[in-house]
Design a protein around this ligand. Structure first.
Ligand code: CTP
Ligand code: CA
Length: 228
């Protein structure tokens, strides 16, 4: 059990973390989701709390236990995650670990889809809002540090750098989720590339808890630098 470190380097800093998947209903019994376990985001939330931060965790459905001492908002859909994240503002730093569904069914139905009535042969989709982008590009009240995640295959660094520019975040934590890569989604280990304005650094394979501690320390150093 942990008590927040009132003298920690992040004491007095308010930090938003999104985590887990979002789930997008097709009908009352079915949904579209993804393989995110929430482990990395929950570990980051706990590591930031350990350094004294006031953490607001906005999470999709996961099997993880909510770490103690963290204000938590549970959501299902991307649109709910967007609303909950915006209500957490203002924050000093925002970290977007969630695997937000890019699309949702275009039509919401409150009736169960039945085979006898034609079933589901076609599922029109519509794009979800981009939560990270909307907060990274705020004119007023933008967090001092906005961190995105990028799970990629193929040209991992290239895709991640392009994503960082496109979305306007300050850092991106990239990882390779190709089948056969050492750290597929759902596991407890991770190999990440941290991309900042100083360039990119590849961290060795380590536990998700160690990635979280490393990032939390880096965030503490960055937020404690005097603003120019
Ligand atoms: N993200 C978000 N809201 C979305 C989609 C993504 O906040 N609707 C955030 C994720 O939490 C992550 C970052 O944006 O921090 C990158 O997500 P990713 O899915 O890799 O980016 P996309 O722009 O959706 O690109 P892709 O086509 O590769 O999925
Ligand atoms: Ca996406």
């Amino acid at each position: 059990f942990f008590l927040k470190d009132a003298d920690g380097p992040l004491a007095g800093k308010r930090i938003l973390v999104t985590a887990g998947p979002t789930v997008e209903p097709i009908d009352p019994v079915r949904y579209i989701a993804n393989r995110s376990s929430g482990k990395q985001g929950y570990a980051i939330a706990a590591a930031l709390r350990n350094l004294g931060a006031d953490v607001i965790l906005v999470t999709g459905p996961t099997h993880e236990h909510i770490p103690a001492g963290i204000e938590t908002s549970r959501v299902d859909t991307a649109r709910e995650m967007m609303t909950a994240s915006q209500s957490a503002l203002p924050v000093d730093c925002a970290i977007f670990c969630a695997a937000v569904a890019d699309y949702r069914p275009a039509i919401e139905t409150t009736h169960k889809i039945k085979k006898e009535r034609g079933g589901l042969t076609d599922l029109p989709l519509t794009e979800n809002p981009d939560i990270l982008k909307s907060i990274a590009q705020l004119k007023d009240g933008r967090p001092q540090l906005v961190v995105g995640f990028a799970a990629e295959t193929d040209d991992v660094l290239g895709h991640a750098e392009a994503k960082m520019k496109r979305k306007g975040c300050d850092w991106i934590v990239a990882n390779d989720v190709s089948p056969g890569a050492s750290c597929a989604m759902g596991g407890s280990r991770n190999t990440v590339i941290l991309i900042t304005d100083q360039g990119d650094e590849t961290w060795p394979e380590m536990s998700k808890d160690d990635v979280a501690r490393g990032l939390a320390e880096r965030i503490a150093k960055t937020l404690s630098k005097p603003k120019i």
